[in-house]
Structures are given as structure tokens and as C-alpha cells.
Design a protein around this ligand. Structure first.
Ligand code: SAM
Length: 278
């Protein structure tokens, strides 16, 4: 288990899809326009949300290679993708999906990205993508990944990286303290070494710039209201729990904060999307 519950990923999926930056998505679409087929590698795929969010922007024939360290999430990805498709056919270990006139072949790999070779030519990658992953990774790991991408001139599309901006409205005095502690927690080790957390998009952009890539980095915030009560409740709890690990003496105070703030009228959680190509 990775600690990322399938239910949490399901709760955020529609908001994630709606929050992707449309200008950057259009650039990515234009980059591959006119192609008939594309092979995409999705890092930290979870239950396959990134595929479901992106497939409509990519060529008619797609091969997705989904990588995650969590076997239970990969199993769930297979089930959820089959349910999402108009038609799904198993092809050995793979799955062939038909949806909106597209034919999408999916392969699944259980691997720990901290030790796996990051040269994805072994699976024919033409685009490397990740959703809600890069805030977990370390600077060292990101440098290694970008070095491998650059060596193969591979494009990268990394979406929904938390950027440290969070706001509950109407504001209350404890909000700032919880957010500051949560952002410190984000820099802790999430398996890759000290995490980039809110700095991940800027770090990726800087590496792409250094290597002469053309890139864009645009905001993709969650803007949540009364229709998203369940997601607001879950994320508010998550903020309080993480903040309580940083400031244990305030655990009870932060838990009380979460109970009250779950009823906020509007919550904004900042993210950024980055697309870069040689
Ligand atoms: C926040 S979730 C995002 C999942 C999915 N991309 C989405 O948008 O719903 C992060 C994912 O990265 C995976 N992950 C975290 N560390 C990993 C590692 N070292 N190797 C492989 N996968 C990892 C987790 O299992 C989880 O599925």
C-alpha cells in the first residue's frame, strides 16, 4: 500500500480533471496534433485518473504504460478503466479500451520509481506524464528524471503539483498557521528523499530551462464550493493531520480547526501544470 486511498483519489478525480490548465492542455494537444498514435508513460498512475483525463486530448490510437508502486491501486486502475471505457477487452496482461472513437491499449507495471530505471524507452515512451506526483519527489530524483528525458528528447506533462497556496473562506486566524505547518510537512520524505513539495513545479521548470526545453508552467487550482463538501472535508482533515505532525502540541487545536473549517464556503488549493518539450 502507498497510503493513497483509492477513495481519496476517486473523490478528487472530477475536480482534478476540471482544474487542469486549459491553455497548457491546448499546447500539449497541439504538440501531438496530426499524429495517429502515441505511447504515453504515466508515473504514479494511481487508479488511472490521468489517462481518463487526458485521453480525449491525444491521438486516436494510444498506448498507455501505467506505473505505480501500489499493487492494490493498479488492480483498481484496471477495473476503473474497464468501467470507464465503452468496451474493454483483455489482451494478455494488457487491456484494450474503446472510447469516443479512440483505441487505447493499456499496460500496467508495478515498480518503485525511486529505484526503477527512468529511461522509459524500454516501453517506447513518446510522452512522459504524471498527475499529483511531483510534489512528492526529491530534487535529486527530478534531476535524474529530467536528465533521462533530455537524453531522449522526450516531452513531459506534469499536472496538478501542489504549489503551497491554500485558502479557506471566510478566513479565520488559525488558517495561516495550519497552512504553514502543512507546507513544512510537504517538504518531508515521501519515499524519494526530502520532497520538493510546493517548489516542485518551479524546480521542474528550471531544469527544463537549463536543458533548453520549450516549456510552460501555469496554475491549475482547485476552486471548491458547496458542491464539493466531501472533498473539502477530506482535504481539510488531511491539512490538520499533517500540520499536527509538524506541531504535535497543537494537534487537538488543529483537529478542532478542521471540524469547523470543513464547513467553509469556498476553499482554494493551488496547483501548477508544466509541459515541456525539446
Ligand atoms: C497523489 S497519488 C496520484 C495518483 C494519480 N496520478 C491521480 O492523479 O489520481 C500519487 C501516486 O503515486 C504513487 N507513488 C508514490 N510513490 C511512488 C513510488 N516511489 N513508486 C511508484 N509509485 C509511487 C502512489 O502509489 C500514488 O498512486
Amino acid at each position: 500500500m502507498s497510503g493513497f486511498a483509492a477513495d481519496w483519489l476517486a473523490l478528487r478525480e472530477p475536480v482534478d480533471h476540471a482544474s487542469r490548465n486549459p491553455t497548457l492542455a491546448a499546447r500539449m494537444r497541439a504538440h501531438f496534433a496530426g499524429r495517429d498514435a502515441l505511447t504515453i508513460v504515466d508515473l504514479g498512475c494511481g487508479t488511472g485518473s490521468n489517462l481518463r483525463g487526458l485521453a480525449g486530448d491525444l491521438p486516436p490510437r494510444q498506448h498507455w504504460h501505467l506505473i505505480d508502486g501500489d499493487a492494490a491501486l493498479l488492480k483498481r486502475a484496471r477495473e476503473d478503466l474497464a468501467a470507464w471505457a465503452e468496451r474493454a477487452e483483455p489482451a494478455g496482461e494488457r487491456l484494450v479500451l474503446h472510447r469516443d472513437g479512440r483505441v487505447i491499449e493499456v499496460s500496467f507495471e508495478r515498480a518503485d520509481l525511486t529505484v526503477r530505471d527512468l529511461d522509459f524507452t524500454d516501453v517506447g515512451a513518446e510522452l512522459v506524464t504524471a498527475a499529483a506526483l511531483f510534489d512528492l519527489v526529491s530534487e535529486d530524483w527530478l534531476e535524474r528524471l529530467v536528465a533521462r528525458l533530455v537524453a531522449r528528447k522526450l516531452p513531459i506533462y506534469a499536472v496538478l503539483n501542489y504549489d503551497g497556496e491554500a485558502e479557506w473562506q471566510p478566513a479565520e486566524p488559525l488558517d495561516g498557521r495550519v497552512i504553514a505547518a502543512f507546507n513544512r510537512h510537504q517538504r518531508g520524505d515521501k519515499g524519494f528523499g526530502p520532497a520538493l513539495g510546493p517548489a516542485s513545479s518551479e524546480a521542474l521548470a528550471q531544469l527544463l530551462r537549463q536543458h533548453g526545453y520549450t516549456y510552460g508552467s501555469f496554475t491549475s487550482p482547485w476552486v471548491l464550493g458547496p458542491a464539493h463538501a466531501a472533498l473539502i472535508g477530506a482535504l481539510t482533515n488531511g491539512f490538520a493531520q499533517a500540520a499536527g505532525e509538524i506541531e504535535p502540541a497543537r494537534k487537538a487545536e488543529f483537529a478542532a480547526w478542521a471540524r469547523a473549517r470543513a464547513a467553509a464556503e469556498k476553499v482554494t488549493i493551488g496547483h501548477r501544470d508544466v509541459f515541456g518539450h525539446a
